[in-house]
Design a binder for this molecule. Structure first.
Ligand code: SF4
Length: 356
């Protein structure tokens, strides 16, 4: 077993959920203005999640990672591109035709407070999901199933009679885990599954998810701004910025931050407080704050620069390599495509200058 990951799954597993050239554009009206502003949240992304695979999507706030996951789960319709579930095109399916997708692909929302009804006791909140996902009708069966879910999520049964507000942050997370494993899911999309938890509880939740993943052979997509969380959980990592995937790489026993890495991935690595503490170096607090708040430099560059950044590499204004190489015109003119850097390792990178 590598870092707790499953050793005996076939190397090429069938594709479970695929996104093909996915784009999601939001049109927002600015306060006090009649004209709408176009925001490209996901920009022509290709992604495949295979059966039993754990994939991490990392990027600062506003990079498009949550929108990509929501589009893949068909909680949002893509503006263009296709979503395939078990090779079936579900892009334009109406809600009533998405029953299989809804029961097999589950979305664990970032905020338990927003996902849980504050007036519903945990027992009833879980019973509702069991009724829908397990198709149980008798009260006795439903309660038996609720107890089983509690045991699997390591949630104390005495908490079933509580309201969400009476639970700690870690306990509410366990309720979210229990909800997501009701029925027979094949894939869980977990949006910031350990956000706002202290490090001990974070570890407990990650260990719990890893146990559930291995026992049920589930596929997982974990979305986070902290690369450290993914290094302990995922087999493959996608790095996103400005709606694009800038790098994709498999994970072995460690993440090598050498010259083959995308400059943005290296910045994410440097900004991770958890990794810095693990390696015994001083964290870069300014960068960490940027990642969580959305990195103001890149998040809101203003209308003029935003228009310029719609062409060329979206990372160029922060890229040390771009500056070092004398601001190459190629980086300013053309979007770098995500291409294999090393075909045998599965490492892909979107950078004009870092090609083998
Ligand atoms: S394409 Fe150019 S600007 Fe973008 S990461 Fe590579 S070197 Fe930097």
């Amino acid at each position: 077993m590598v870092d707790g990951r499953e050793p005996n799954l076939p190397p090429t597993r069938p594709a479970l959920l695929e996104g093909r050239s996915l784009t999601k554009i939001f049109h927002r009206r600015r306060l006090g203005f009649d004209r709408t502003h176009k925001g490209v949240a996901v920009d022509g992304v290709d992604v495949t999640v295979r059966e039993g695979e754990s994939v991490g999507i990392v990027g600062e706030s506003g990079s498009g990672k949550t929108t990509l996951a929501r589009v893949l789960a068909r909680l949002e319709r893509p503006s263009s591109g296709r979503v395939l579930f078990r090779s079936e095109d579900v892009t334009r399916h109406p809600a009533r035709q998405l029953r299989n997708l809804r029961s097999e692909v589950r979305f664990m929302f970032q905020s338990p407070d927003a996902a849980l009804n504050p007036r519903l006791r945990i027992r009833e909140a879980l019973a509702e999901v069991v009724r829908i996902q397990d198709g149980c009708r008798s009260r006795g069966k439903i309660m038996q199933r609720v107890d089983e879910l509690c045991a699997q999520a390591r949630l104390e049964t005495r908490l079933l009679d509580c309201l969400p507000a009476q639970l700690s942050g870690g306990e509410r997370r366990r309720v979210m885990v229990a909800r997501s494993i009701a029925g027979k899911p094949s894939l869980i999309l977990a949006d910031e599954p350990v956000a706002n938890l202290d490090p001990v509880i974070q570890t407990e939740i990650l260990v719990l998810l890893e146990e559930i993943r291995a026992r049920r052979r589930l596929a997982f997509v974990v979305i986070t701004h902290d690369l450290a969380i993914l290094t302990s959980f995922c087999e493959r990592i996608l790095v996103m910025k400005s709606g694009l995937i800038l790098e994709e790489f498999p994970l072995g026993t460690s993440v090598e931050m050498d010259s083959t890495r995308h400059p943005y991935t290296r910045r994410l690595f440097d900004s991770s407080i958890t990794i810095a503490v693990r390696e015994g170096r001083r964290p870069n607090f300014a960068q960490s704050r940027n990642m969580i708040s959305g990195g103001r430099v890149s998040q809101d560059p203003g209308p003029a620069l935003r228009r310029q950044l719609e062409r060329g590499c979206p990372y160029r204004e922060e890229c040390a390599l771009f500056q070092k190489e004398g601001r190459p015109g190629l980086c300013e003119r053309d979007r770098p495509p995500l291409l294999p850097r090393n075909a045998s390792s599965g490492h892909k990178i979107a950078c004009h200058l870092l090609r083998e």
